[in-house]
Design a protein around this ligand. Structure first.
Ligand SMILES: Cc1cc2nc3c(=O)[nH]c(=O)nc-3n(C[C@H](O)[C@H](O)[C@H](O)COP(=O)(O)O)c2cc1C
Length: 170
């Protein structure tokens, strides 16, 4: 057995994980955006996606109150914007303008999509339950946008460390 394995975070054990930008709105309609790499596809049909969100996040309060979000896949080119949105809370800040992200009005939910993202999924929260220090949030995808089929997804390792996907022929 290696030493120090108890100090290894789950994010250092299960990686890489794609980064998505989760957009939400509060009760007054003010939008917010945060990166999440605890993200998982859940079902093909109907389409469901899950994210795991810590209760300290403004995003969490918004999800609790409004129950709607968009999942926007982040690309390598969006790294700086991901860092900006992950470095502070949207409680008192407008992270869309700080990160220079372009909002796209959604069709079926209140939070906007993000034009820079190749894929946007509009989601309705169907489940929120606490697991340890995070809440699992499962959303049913009610609308989707594919702006580009080819893109390089931004992958997260842990903390401030990222990876990129390299396709290969098996
Ligand atoms: C690449 C990356 C991935 C992250 N993944 C998650 C995640 O899956 N769940 C989570 O609760 N926080 C995650 N965070 C942290 C939040 O994005 C960060 O705390 C953010 O400032 C919260 O913003 P908010 O308070 O406006 O919601 C991640 C941060 C980064 C940079």
């Amino acid at each position: 057995m290696l030493n120090n394995v108890k100090n290894m975070r789950i994010s250092q054990q299960i990686f890489p994980r794609p980064v998505v930008l989760v957009a939400t709105v509060d009760g007054d309609g003010k939008d917010n955006v945060m990166p999440a790499s605890f993200v998982m596809p859940v079902s093909f049909s109907p389409k469901y996606v899950a994210v795991s969100i810590a209760p300290e996040r403004q995003t969490f309060s918004n999800l609790r109150k409004v129950g709607e979000f968009t999942v926007n896949v982040a690309t390598l080119e969006m790294l700086e914007q991901v860092k900006v949105c992950g470095s502070c809370s949207g409680r008192d800040l407008d992270k869309f303008s700080m990160a220079r992200l372009t909002k796209v009005p959604s069709k079926k939910v209140r939070p906007p999509g993000i034009a820079e993202s190749p894929i946007t999924l509009e989601c309705l929260v169907e489940y929120m339950g606490r697991f340890g220090d995070h809440y699992l949030v499962v959303g049913r995808v009610v609308e989707e946008y594919v702006r580009r089929m080819e893109f390089s997804p931004l992958l997260h390792y842990a903390g401030d460390r990222y990876m990129e996907a390299r396709p290969f022929e098996p």
